[in-house]
Design a protein around this ligand. Structure first.
Ligand code: CTP
Ligand code: MG
Length: 197
């Protein structure tokens, strides 16, 4: 029982980064004309784009913003099961600090995603080509990095106590790619997705 709570708690803690990672597909549909690529169209010496048209400032900045809002809502409206996972709001963390913490988690999650695209382009992989498990782990690396880098925004010890636990790290690093595989497989079975990955 407690193990399940640890796993669900880890996912809850990382919700801002999950939301950020999912958001660019939606913001691309909502505001297609803000499609300026992060690399501004630059081509690398190997003849491929530096990052590609799939990485936009819109995705990065709006992703950070929705992640900040997500953390803010989690801090303001703690849910009974995870009432201590409120980014230290009940310990006096200021709302601006919680927003900024979430913003940096989302922003660095998507920066990790952009770094992954850089490597994909160097390996001759076209925009959108799948690359398991790196497509699933790029944003986990960026999000965790942000949590550990921006710990001073939250009450003393809060980040270490909640993120630096075996269950949190194992859930995010092993669980995220597994969850992704399972969800996509179910989507394929339900004919919501055309490919099973
Ligand atoms: N997206 C965006 N800006 C970002 C990240 C993503 O606009 N910083 C949008 C793009 O429309 C992109 C879509 O979200 O096509 C899906 O993102 P992702 O799967 O990460 O990109 P890919 O198109 O697969 O490109 P890559 O091969 O570079 O990963
Ligand atoms: Mg990616």
């Amino acid at each position: 029982m407690a193990v399940w709570l640890d796993i669900l708690g880890a996912l809850w803690l990382f919700l801002p980064a999950f939301v950020a990672n999912m958001s660019p597909v939606f913001t691309a549909k909502l505001i297609p004309k803000w499609g300026t690529p992060i690399d501004f169209g630059a081509v690398h010496t190997d003849g491929h784009r530096v990052l590609g048209d799939g990485k936009t400032w819109r995705g990065l900045l709006l992703g950070g913003t929705v992640a900040g809002i997500t953390a803010l809502l989690q801090g303001m409206f703690p849910v009974p099961l995870f009432d201590t996972l409120d980014y230290g709001r009940s310990l006096g963390a200021p709302l601006w600090g919680i927003f900024l913490f979430g913003f940096m988690m989302g922003g660095l999650a998507l920066t990790g995603d952009a770094v992954e695209s850089f490597v994909k382009r160097r390996l001759d992989k076209e925009r959108g080509a799948p690359w398991f498990p790196f497509d699933q782990l790029d944003f986990v690396a960026g999000g965790l990095l942000a949590a550990f880098a921006f710990y001073p925004l939250l009450p003393t010890g809060w980040v270490m106590d909640h993120y630096a636990t075996a269950w949190t790290l194992a859930t995010l690093i092993i669980g995220t790619p597994v969850l992704h595989l399972v969800v996509n497989r179910i989507g394929y079975w339900l004919r919501l997705k055309e490919v099973p990955w």
